[in-house]
Design a binder for this molecule. Structure first.
Ligand code: BJW
Ligand code: ZN
Length: 249
Protein backbone atom coordinates (compact mmCIF):
# COMPACT_ATOMS: atom_id res chain seq x y z
CA UNK A 1 0.00 0.00 0.00
CA UNK A 2 1.39 3.40 -0.92
CA UNK A 3 1.68 6.11 1.73
CA UNK A 4 0.01 8.69 -0.52
CA UNK A 5 -3.16 6.65 -0.92
CA UNK A 6 -3.96 7.13 2.76
CA UNK A 7 -3.16 10.77 2.79
CA UNK A 8 -5.90 13.30 3.31
CA UNK A 9 -5.40 16.51 1.41
CA UNK A 10 -6.51 19.30 3.77
CA UNK A 11 -9.59 21.11 2.47
CA UNK A 12 -7.85 24.47 2.86
CA UNK A 13 -5.20 23.31 0.39
CA UNK A 14 -7.90 22.15 -2.04
CA UNK A 15 -9.47 25.59 -1.79
CA UNK A 16 -6.09 27.31 -2.34
CA UNK A 17 -5.53 25.12 -5.41
CA UNK A 18 -8.87 26.28 -6.78
CA UNK A 19 -8.25 29.98 -6.17
CA UNK A 20 -4.49 30.31 -6.80
CA UNK A 21 -3.41 32.64 -9.60
CA UNK A 22 0.35 32.45 -9.31
CA UNK A 23 1.91 29.17 -8.22
CA UNK A 24 5.61 28.73 -7.56
CA UNK A 25 7.18 25.26 -7.34
CA UNK A 26 10.70 24.59 -6.06
CA UNK A 27 11.95 21.06 -6.61
CA UNK A 28 15.01 19.15 -5.44
CA UNK A 29 16.56 15.73 -5.85
CA UNK A 30 13.64 13.96 -4.14
CA UNK A 31 11.32 14.71 -7.08
CA UNK A 32 13.55 12.51 -9.25
CA UNK A 33 14.15 9.80 -6.63
CA UNK A 34 11.31 7.66 -7.96
CA UNK A 35 12.85 7.94 -11.42
CA UNK A 36 15.98 6.27 -10.06
CA UNK A 37 18.14 9.39 -9.77
CA UNK A 38 20.20 9.21 -6.56
CA UNK A 39 19.63 12.01 -4.03
CA UNK A 40 22.52 13.76 -2.29
CA UNK A 41 21.63 13.57 1.37
CA UNK A 42 19.39 10.59 1.92
CA UNK A 43 15.97 9.36 0.97
CA UNK A 44 16.69 5.95 -0.53
CA UNK A 45 19.46 5.65 -3.06
CA UNK A 46 22.09 8.34 -2.52
CA UNK A 47 25.08 9.35 -4.59
CA UNK A 48 26.84 11.17 -1.80
CA UNK A 49 30.29 9.59 -2.12
CA UNK A 50 32.29 8.87 -5.26
CA UNK A 51 35.79 7.33 -5.28
CA UNK A 52 35.95 8.04 -1.56
CA UNK A 53 35.22 11.76 -2.06
CA UNK A 54 32.08 13.30 -0.56
CA UNK A 55 30.08 15.12 -3.25
CA UNK A 56 30.70 18.46 -1.51
CA UNK A 57 34.37 18.00 -2.45
CA UNK A 58 33.95 16.71 -5.99
CA UNK A 59 31.06 19.05 -6.88
CA UNK A 60 32.97 22.15 -5.83
CA UNK A 61 34.44 25.15 -7.61
CA UNK A 62 37.90 24.04 -6.51
CA UNK A 63 37.67 20.90 -8.69
CA UNK A 64 37.36 23.04 -11.83
CA UNK A 65 40.72 24.65 -11.02
CA UNK A 66 42.50 21.61 -9.58
CA UNK A 67 41.19 18.56 -11.39
CA UNK A 68 38.97 19.21 -14.39
CA UNK A 69 39.49 15.70 -15.88
CA UNK A 70 38.21 14.07 -12.69
CA UNK A 71 35.26 16.48 -12.56
CA UNK A 72 34.39 15.34 -16.09
CA UNK A 73 34.71 11.71 -15.06
CA UNK A 74 32.21 12.31 -12.24
CA UNK A 75 29.72 14.04 -14.51
CA UNK A 76 30.14 11.48 -17.32
CA UNK A 77 29.34 8.81 -14.73
CA UNK A 78 26.30 10.77 -13.51
CA UNK A 79 24.96 11.20 -17.07
CA UNK A 80 25.40 7.46 -17.55
CA UNK A 81 23.03 6.91 -14.61
CA UNK A 82 20.61 9.59 -15.89
CA UNK A 83 20.39 8.14 -19.35
CA UNK A 84 18.30 5.25 -17.95
CA UNK A 85 15.94 7.54 -15.98
CA UNK A 86 12.55 8.76 -17.18
CA UNK A 87 10.15 11.32 -15.63
CA UNK A 88 7.79 10.01 -12.93
CA UNK A 89 4.22 11.06 -11.99
CA UNK A 90 5.58 13.99 -9.92
CA UNK A 91 7.29 15.54 -12.96
CA UNK A 92 4.19 14.81 -15.04
CA UNK A 93 1.81 16.44 -12.54
CA UNK A 94 3.93 19.60 -12.36
CA UNK A 95 4.03 19.72 -16.17
CA UNK A 96 0.19 19.57 -16.27
CA UNK A 97 -0.01 22.47 -13.81
CA UNK A 98 1.17 24.84 -16.57
CA UNK A 99 -2.30 24.57 -18.05
CA UNK A 100 -4.11 24.60 -14.72
CA UNK A 101 -2.91 27.87 -13.21
CA UNK A 102 -2.75 31.37 -14.65
CA UNK A 103 0.97 31.56 -13.82
CA UNK A 104 3.10 28.57 -12.95
CA UNK A 105 6.79 29.02 -12.22
CA UNK A 106 8.96 25.95 -11.86
CA UNK A 107 12.40 26.41 -10.34
CA UNK A 108 14.48 23.29 -9.92
CA UNK A 109 17.77 22.58 -8.23
CA UNK A 110 18.04 19.42 -10.31
CA UNK A 111 20.43 19.10 -13.22
CA UNK A 112 18.86 15.96 -14.69
CA UNK A 113 16.59 17.56 -17.32
CA UNK A 114 13.60 15.40 -16.28
CA UNK A 115 11.16 18.31 -15.85
CA UNK A 116 11.90 19.32 -19.40
CA UNK A 117 11.43 15.76 -20.61
CA UNK A 118 8.06 15.62 -18.82
CA UNK A 119 6.93 18.63 -20.86
CA UNK A 120 7.49 21.54 -18.47
CA UNK A 121 8.33 24.71 -20.37
CA UNK A 122 10.63 27.50 -19.19
CA UNK A 123 12.11 25.48 -16.36
CA UNK A 124 14.29 27.71 -14.19
CA UNK A 125 17.36 25.53 -13.73
CA UNK A 126 18.99 27.11 -10.69
CA UNK A 127 21.97 24.73 -10.64
CA UNK A 128 22.44 24.21 -14.39
CA UNK A 129 22.10 21.07 -16.46
CA UNK A 130 24.29 17.95 -16.55
CA UNK A 131 23.64 17.52 -20.28
CA UNK A 132 25.33 20.82 -21.16
CA UNK A 133 28.95 21.96 -21.33
CA UNK A 134 30.08 25.58 -21.00
CA UNK A 135 33.20 27.09 -22.51
CA UNK A 136 35.55 28.50 -19.90
CA UNK A 137 36.92 31.04 -22.45
CA UNK A 138 33.90 32.42 -24.33
CA UNK A 139 30.98 31.18 -22.21
CA UNK A 140 29.41 29.32 -25.17
CA UNK A 141 27.13 26.40 -24.28
CA UNK A 142 26.78 23.08 -26.09
CA UNK A 143 24.66 19.99 -25.67
CA UNK A 144 26.91 17.10 -24.67
CA UNK A 145 24.77 14.69 -26.70
CA UNK A 146 26.23 16.42 -29.77
CA UNK A 147 29.87 16.14 -28.61
CA UNK A 148 32.41 13.34 -28.83
CA UNK A 149 32.43 11.52 -25.49
CA UNK A 150 36.12 10.64 -25.75
CA UNK A 151 37.49 14.20 -25.75
CA UNK A 152 37.81 15.43 -22.16
CA UNK A 153 37.66 18.25 -21.44
CA UNK A 154 35.46 18.90 -24.49
CA UNK A 155 36.66 21.58 -26.90
CA UNK A 156 34.44 24.59 -27.70
CA UNK A 157 33.34 24.71 -31.37
CA UNK A 158 33.29 28.51 -31.33
CA UNK A 159 36.72 29.30 -29.90
CA UNK A 160 38.61 26.07 -29.21
CA UNK A 161 38.58 26.74 -25.45
CA UNK A 162 38.27 24.10 -22.74
CA UNK A 163 34.74 23.32 -21.57
CA UNK A 164 33.38 22.45 -18.14
CA UNK A 165 30.05 20.95 -17.04
CA UNK A 166 27.38 23.70 -17.13
CA UNK A 167 26.36 23.16 -13.52
CA UNK A 168 26.60 25.31 -10.39
CA UNK A 169 29.10 23.82 -7.99
CA UNK A 170 29.54 24.69 -4.31
CA UNK A 171 31.08 28.14 -4.00
CA UNK A 172 29.82 29.28 -7.41
CA UNK A 173 27.22 31.89 -8.23
CA UNK A 174 23.85 30.87 -9.64
CA UNK A 175 23.07 32.00 -13.23
CA UNK A 176 22.16 35.64 -12.69
CA UNK A 177 19.12 35.96 -14.94
CA UNK A 178 17.59 32.62 -13.90
CA UNK A 179 18.03 33.59 -10.27
CA UNK A 180 16.48 37.03 -10.76
CA UNK A 181 13.36 35.56 -12.38
CA UNK A 182 13.03 32.87 -9.70
CA UNK A 183 13.40 35.37 -6.86
CA UNK A 184 10.82 37.78 -8.28
CA UNK A 185 8.29 35.02 -9.08
CA UNK A 186 8.70 33.51 -5.61
CA UNK A 187 8.01 36.88 -4.05
CA UNK A 188 4.89 37.35 -6.20
CA UNK A 189 3.21 33.95 -5.87
CA UNK A 190 0.16 33.14 -3.75
CA UNK A 191 0.79 29.39 -3.47
CA UNK A 192 4.25 27.84 -3.12
CA UNK A 193 5.17 24.14 -3.25
CA UNK A 194 8.53 22.85 -2.00
CA UNK A 195 8.99 19.34 -3.29
CA UNK A 196 11.75 16.84 -2.52
CA UNK A 197 14.46 19.12 -1.25
CA UNK A 198 16.35 19.01 2.03
CA UNK A 199 16.18 22.84 1.83
CA UNK A 200 19.65 23.42 3.19
CA UNK A 201 21.49 24.65 0.12
CA UNK A 202 21.37 28.42 -0.34
CA UNK A 203 20.36 30.61 -2.04
CA UNK A 204 17.72 28.19 -3.46
CA UNK A 205 16.38 27.34 0.02
CA UNK A 206 15.62 31.04 0.52
CA UNK A 207 12.98 31.07 -2.25
CA UNK A 208 10.13 29.48 -0.25
CA UNK A 209 10.95 31.84 2.61
CA UNK A 210 10.64 34.80 0.23
CA UNK A 211 7.26 33.45 -0.88
CA UNK A 212 6.12 33.06 2.71
CA UNK A 213 7.21 36.58 3.60
CA UNK A 214 5.10 37.89 0.73
CA UNK A 215 2.05 36.14 2.14
CA UNK A 216 2.01 32.95 0.05
CA UNK A 217 0.51 29.69 1.31
CA UNK A 218 3.45 27.28 1.71
CA UNK A 219 3.20 23.52 1.11
CA UNK A 220 5.97 20.98 1.55
CA UNK A 221 5.98 17.53 -0.08
CA UNK A 222 8.70 15.34 1.42
CA UNK A 223 8.79 12.04 3.33
CA UNK A 224 11.16 13.65 5.85
CA UNK A 225 11.04 16.87 7.85
CA UNK A 226 13.30 19.74 6.73
CA UNK A 227 14.28 23.11 8.21
CA UNK A 228 11.32 24.58 6.27
CA UNK A 229 8.70 22.20 7.65
CA UNK A 230 7.82 24.31 10.67
CA UNK A 231 7.18 27.35 8.50
CA UNK A 232 4.82 25.50 6.16
CA UNK A 233 1.05 25.85 6.20
CA UNK A 234 0.72 22.23 5.08
CA UNK A 235 3.28 19.42 5.06
CA UNK A 236 2.45 16.36 3.00
CA UNK A 237 4.65 13.50 4.17
CA UNK A 238 5.32 10.98 1.45
CA UNK A 239 6.78 10.40 -1.98
CA UNK A 240 6.24 13.18 -4.51
CA UNK A 241 5.22 10.74 -7.25
CA UNK A 242 2.39 9.48 -5.08
CA UNK A 243 1.27 12.74 -3.47
CA UNK A 244 1.32 15.27 -6.31
CA UNK A 245 -1.11 13.32 -8.55
CA UNK A 246 -3.60 13.33 -5.63
CA UNK A 247 -3.72 17.12 -5.88
CA UNK A 248 -5.17 16.85 -9.37
CA UNK A 249 -8.20 14.80 -8.31
C1 BJW B 1 11.87 12.84 -1.49
C2 BJW B 1 11.70 11.59 -2.06
C3 BJW B 1 10.51 11.38 -2.79
C4 BJW B 1 13.60 11.59 -1.07
N1 BJW B 1 9.63 12.37 -2.89
N2 BJW B 1 10.96 13.78 -1.59
C5 BJW B 1 25.05 30.10 4.21
C6 BJW B 1 25.73 29.40 5.17
C7 BJW B 1 26.72 28.49 4.82
C8 BJW B 1 27.05 28.25 3.49
C9 BJW B 1 26.37 28.94 2.57
C10 BJW B 1 25.40 29.87 2.89
N3 BJW B 1 24.91 30.40 1.76
C11 BJW B 1 25.53 29.80 0.72
C12 BJW B 1 26.43 28.93 1.19
C13 BJW B 1 27.32 28.04 0.44
C14 BJW B 1 26.59 26.92 -0.24
C15 BJW B 1 25.55 26.31 0.68
O1 BJW B 1 24.37 26.56 0.61
N4 BJW B 1 25.96 25.42 1.54
C16 BJW B 1 25.03 24.75 2.45
C17 BJW B 1 25.26 23.26 2.40
C18 BJW B 1 25.12 25.36 3.79
N5 BJW B 1 25.94 27.43 -1.45
C19 BJW B 1 26.63 27.63 -2.56
O2 BJW B 1 27.83 27.42 -2.63
C20 BJW B 1 25.85 28.17 -3.73
N6 BJW B 1 26.46 29.32 -4.25
C21 BJW B 1 26.51 30.46 -3.59
O3 BJW B 1 26.03 30.58 -2.48
O4 BJW B 1 27.13 31.46 -4.28
C22 BJW B 1 27.50 32.62 -3.55
C23 BJW B 1 28.87 32.38 -3.00
C24 BJW B 1 29.93 32.35 -3.86
C25 BJW B 1 31.20 32.15 -3.35
C26 BJW B 1 31.38 31.93 -1.99
C27 BJW B 1 30.29 31.90 -1.13
C28 BJW B 1 29.01 32.14 -1.66
C29 BJW B 1 25.84 27.17 -4.86
C30 BJW B 1 25.14 25.93 -4.49
C31 BJW B 1 25.21 24.94 -5.65
C32 BJW B 1 24.77 23.58 -5.18
N7 BJW B 1 25.18 22.62 -6.11
C33 BJW B 1 24.79 21.23 -5.89
C34 BJW B 1 25.65 20.36 -6.80
C35 BJW B 1 25.28 20.55 -8.28
C36 BJW B 1 26.15 19.75 -9.17
C37 BJW B 1 26.03 18.28 -8.90
O5 BJW B 1 24.92 17.74 -9.02
O6 BJW B 1 27.03 17.68 -8.56
O7 BJW B 1 23.41 21.07 -6.16
S1 BJW B 1 24.91 20.71 -4.20
C38 BJW B 1 23.52 19.64 -4.22
O8 BJW B 1 22.58 20.12 -3.24
C39 BJW B 1 22.88 19.85 -5.60
C40 BJW B 1 21.44 20.03 -5.23
O9 BJW B 1 20.78 20.76 -6.22
C41 BJW B 1 21.48 20.73 -3.91
C42 BJW B 1 20.25 20.59 -3.10
O10 BJW B 1 20.02 19.26 -2.74
P1 BJW B 1 18.53 18.72 -2.72
O11 BJW B 1 17.95 18.81 -4.07
O12 BJW B 1 17.79 19.36 -1.64
O13 BJW B 1 18.77 17.16 -2.46
P2 BJW B 1 19.03 16.39 -1.08
O14 BJW B 1 19.62 15.07 -1.43
O15 BJW B 1 19.75 17.23 -0.13
O16 BJW B 1 17.59 16.15 -0.49
C43 BJW B 1 16.67 15.25 -1.08
C44 BJW B 1 15.35 15.41 -0.37
O17 BJW B 1 14.38 14.64 -1.05
C45 BJW B 1 15.37 14.91 1.08
O18 BJW B 1 14.77 15.90 1.91
C46 BJW B 1 14.52 13.64 1.05
O19 BJW B 1 13.78 13.44 2.24
C47 BJW B 1 13.60 13.94 -0.09
N8 BJW B 1 13.06 12.79 -0.80
N9 BJW B 1 12.78 10.79 -1.72
C48 BJW B 1 9.87 13.53 -2.25
N10 BJW B 1 10.27 10.18 -3.36
ZN1 ZN C 1 34.46 29.04 -26.45
Amino acid sequence: MHAGQHLDIPSELRERLRSARSVFVLTGAGVSAESGVPTFRGGGQTGAVWKGMPFEVISSARMVRNNLPELWEWFDYRRGVLSDCRPNPAHETIARWQDRFQTLTLATQNIDGLHDEAGSREVLELHGNAWRARCMSCGGREDLRDKRPDVRPPVCVACGGQMRPDVVLFGEMLPEEVWAIAASRAAACDLCFVVGTSAIVYPAAGLPQAALMSGAFLVEVNPEPTPLSEMCDVTLRGAAGEILPLLDD
